[in-house]
Design a protein around this ligand. Sequence first.
Ligand code: ATP
Length: 453
Amino acid sequence: MAENKMDKIVSLCKRRGFIFQTAEIYGGMQGVYDYGPLGVELANNIKRAWWESMIYQRDDIEGLDSSILGSQNIFAQSGHEDTFTDPLIDCKDCKFRMRADTLDELKCPNCGSTNLTEPRDFNLMFKTNIGPIDDGSSIAYLRPETAQHIFINFKNVLDSTSRTLPFGIAQVGKAFRNEITARNFIFRKREFEQMEMEYFVEPKDDEKFHEYWIKERMKWWLDQGLNEDNLEIFNVPKEELSHYSKATADIMYKFPHGTEELEGIANRTDFDLGSHTKSQEEFNIQAKTKENKASKAKLAFQDKISNKWLVPYVIEPSAGVERAFLAILNDAYKEETLKNDTKRVVLSLKKHLSPIKVAVIPLKKNEKSIVNASVEIKNRLLKLNIGRVAVENTGNIGKSYRKHDEIGTPICITVDYDTIEKNKVTFRDRDTMEQEVIGLKDIETSILKLFKG
Ligand code: ATP
């Protein structure tokens, strides 16, 4: 199953409305995708789970939702204009384009030719300009990461919330990178979403909090249903670290196409605040930063007791929504052979991630009393606020179960003549396929027990 698991996931995503290729009717755009009706639910549920763990289940992190457009100053100071590049190579024979750093040998992976161009640096940022005149004086960038807007808002958040160290700022949102090789379905996209949190600490505490966040984030991935055997920590060797990083631990995941980065957890030192602050000379900034003559704010923290100013260090867990989506689908996807030798595909998603929480299925499509009772049950369950509850009125109970197994609906409720005559419904569990008869008056309590524990 391993070698074509990606194909199976891609096919399921399209068939059931998780993911569509952007502009497919015009031949598609490479590395750009749209979420369908179920995909938007799964993606929102992933983002919600992340937000809850960062903001609601603790009290030391504030949220932010910044703009996507960023001024040239931001990315000049952050180093992105100079260094956010990949080495690009073209095959002169078949015109295949590739990243030099991904090749094992200098040979075109498409046609085998060694007739390649020299590598040249290609900046991954999407550039645009603000206003009607494109004379190069009003350059803006679509942010290539959400992090920089967190750093430039450091003082705003600090002043408006009176936080003390350590504290964090979290943000979920779009990022754009003009990737040379946007491949492997949604693993590498040109427009994607990040879930990033910048945790500001006293410089002396950086290593302690780096360790802490690696553990916290691993726990979170396990809570999303990922198989521990598919996860590993990779400590990035010193010579491969990004320019801002003192140490980076990547959480690697065994994707269907290979083991690759799911999340990066970096110790960014005082590089970012140090790069964006004014009066750099007043602080003992450890990182090598570019001189900043444009900033109008001191991005530093004053200790209330000693009155000393310091530029905090930053620990950054940065995860991609799409990579989370793909990893979660990969671990949830199962093909099972049932007792009667039939097969079923089941998505064993954790309940909080399932796009549809409960499907209410009338046994007969055209039997008014049964259909009406189903709609009534759905309306009662909607009031519980657990997420999507749907009536599945296809008239074919077997087909309905198969569909909801395949999209990961944890509970199906079957409505039949017993519902009308004896006030009873049947709950069917997605994973065990076990059925249980429940009294109509108890459906809310039973569902709440299943979803809220
Ligand atoms: P890679 O080495 O795979 O290109 P990266 O090291 O450039 O990733 P970061 O800059 O650390 O990635 O970004 C943080 C996270 O954002 C990554 O762990 C990943 O989950 C996500 N991410 C980065 N680039 C993309 C992309 N092109 N498509 C989808 N997700 C991405």
